[in-house]
Design a protein around this ligand. Structure first.
Ligand SMILES: Nc1ncnc2c1ncn2[C@@H]1O[C@H](COP(=O)(O)OP(=O)(O)OP(=O)(O)O)[C@@H](O)[C@H]1O
Ligand SMILES: O=P(O)(O)OC[C@H]1O[C@H](OP(=O)(O)OP(=O)(O)O)[C@H](O)[C@@H]1O
Length: 213
């Protein structure tokens, strides 16, 4: 039996993903050592491998087949636009992709003027504004602390993740439009899905059963 490899997103989603996998009997004790700098872990018994990668790279590993299965946020899946199957919504890391800004910026939306949009997600922002006939936008890519942009005059609005809304609130900003809901998803390599159909389907069904309780 060959190894099935999981690519998991480092950061916010990692621990919750590991907990969920543990609930379906997929464990990797080695991975829990907080002091370890090791990147790849093996469960010999189950013939599984796991690695933690930067969230934005997970779809790349899965598309190329370096990982058979990945767990990553829907935001990253949409942004990266890789060829893969999205098979299970884990319901973890729930948040929303939104257009946000100061209250006054609301009237700039749909009004034909050029607006600048700062975001970590230029593709999602482009897709969202693309179909607006009467709106020209300039997308400005940033890598973090996106809420700063409208405050310091870099952009009129932002496209960013909103979870509790406290980052917006603490900076005098608000949600102006909601783009889509987000959560962590399981993605599968298209060839692996065919070649390892039975094993992968079993894991996906186990996950679905846990999630639906
Ligand atoms: N409040 C939140 N802020 C950001 N991401 C969230 C939030 N809640 C859930 N998520 C989900 O968690 C995923 C990973 O977030 P995390 O902040 O760990 O990574 P990242 O922002 O891609 O990493 P980095 O900060 O290194 O750029 C996001 O892609 C998103 O799907
Ligand atoms: O609605 P909230 O609960 O306040 O969460 C949303 C905030 O969290 C994320 O930032 P993150 O902490 O990842 O930092 P970053 O801005 O440096 O990416 C996101 O980009 C928002 O800024």
């Amino acid at each position: 039996m060959r190894y099935l490899t999981f690519a998991l997103a480092k950061g916010r989603l990692a621990n919750k993903t590991l907990e969920l996998l543990e609930q379906i009997g997929i464990t990797c004790e080695e991975m829990k050592d907080p002091d370890s700098r090791k990147l790849i872990f093996v469960n010999e018994e189950l013939k599984l491998k796991f690695f933690l990668a930067k969230a934005t790279d997970v779809p790349t590993y899965v598309e190329y087949g370096a990982a058979d299965i990945g767990v990553v946020g829907k935001d990253t899946i949409l942004e990266e636009g890789r060829k893969l199957y999205e098979v299970v919504d884990l319901g973890l890391g729930k948040c929303r992709m939104c257009v946000a800004g100061p209250k006054e910026a609301k009237e700039l939306l749909h009004h034909g003027e050029l607006i600048r949009v700062a975001t970590k997600y230029p593709n999602i922002a482009k897709d969202y504004f693309y179909n607006r006939k009467h709106q020209t936008v300039e997308i400005i890519k940033l890598n973090g602390s996106i809420e700063l942009a409208p405050i310091v005059g870099l952009s009129e609005v932002i496209v960013d993740i909103v979870e509790t809304g406290s980052t917006l609130r603490d900076n005098g900003l608000e949600v102006l439009e909601e783009i889509c809901p987000l959560s962590a998803r399981v993605v599968v390599n298209q060839v692996s899905m065919k070649m390892e159909h039975e094993r992968i389907t079993k894991i996906m069904n186990d996950l679905k059963n846990i999630i639906t309780g």
